[in-house]
Design a protein around this ligand. Structure first.
Ligand code: PEP
Length: 257
């Protein structure tokens, strides 16, 4: 049983307009979520400022789904770390597979965003994970190791305490397919081993590693019961109060904090 405090994030992606986002936050605020789990919600950019106000005093934290790494200037359409801080955002996702594989972000960009966010005082959920052809070629651990090394390059051991890793096999995201509990735990244990090599064992032991990829109320408890799985990053199931609450409660069920 781990002593790491579980953390569950809701990645709303490009879903929910203002009224639905407001209703979801209101539902979560009233749901009596357990405080033995850290909870983060990541609405779309236009609704972050309103969400920040609505979340005040709820204990639920606010994350953005992306950020740009430059401080300011001629970067049309982008949003800086200080702008996010300014409106009360605490967390940022970096390296989500949809940004890597749909938008085309490189490891260099993921690293730049991760470092910029940490430098600005934000906390980061750094997402990593293999594509199906990489899994079938037995490259899961190598892909994860590479994305970790790139993503965390230049991140100090001190700043690492504000990083959470989300292991999200790309083939499991939004597909209804979930990694088996054994495969997920194996990947998480290997990720912790890489972190121990990059930093040291105690830093690796302190790191929270979330599972993501079609995590839902029906499979969350078993996944979270594994020694190296410290909660989840949730897409589809984060859009309904009852489902997201059930997943957070599954994480609370294995929490020792
Ligand atoms: C995600 O977007 O990070 C994710 C895990 O999505 P889903 O839960 O829908 O697979």
């Amino acid at each position: 049983m781990s002593e790491r405090k579980p953390i569950v994030g809701g990645n709303w992606k490009m879903n929910l307009h203002a009224a639905d986002a407001e209703a979801l936050i209101a539902g979560l605020a009233d749901a009596g979520l357990p405080d033995s789990v850290e909870t983060v919600v990541c609405p779309a950019f236009p609704y972050l400022a309103a969400a920040a106000k609505q979340l005040e005093g709820t204990g639920i934290m606010l994350g953005a789904q992306d950020v740009y790494y430059e401080a300011n200037g001629a970067f049309t359409g982008e949003v800086s770390c200080s702008m996010l801080k300014d409106i009360g955002v605490q967390w940022v996702l970096t390296g989500h597979s949809e940004r890597r594989h749909v938008i085309g972000e490189t490891d260099v960009m993921v690293n730049a965003k991760t470092r910029a966010a940490l430098d600005a005082g934000l906390s980061v959920i750094l997402c990593i994970g293999e594509k199906i052809e990489q899994r079938e070629a037995n490259q899961t651990d190598a892909i994860n190791a590479g994305q970790l090394a790139y993503g965390l390059a230049g991140v100090s051991a001190e700043d690492l305490s504000r990083v959470v890793i989300a292991y999200e096999p790309v083939w499991a995201i939004g597909t209804g397919k979930t990694a088996s509990t054994e495969d997920a735990e194996k990947a998480h244990a290997a990720i912790r081993g890489v972190l121990a090599n990059l930093y040291d064992q105690s830093a690796a032991d302190a790191m929270r590693i979330q599972y993501g990829g079609s995590c839902k109320p029906g499979n969350a408890a078993e996944l979270f019961s594994q020694p190296d799985i410290d909660g989840g990053l949730i897409g589809g199931a984060a859009l309904k109060v009852a489902d997201f609450k059930a997943i957070i409660e599954a994480a609370a069920g294995v929490a020792t904090a």
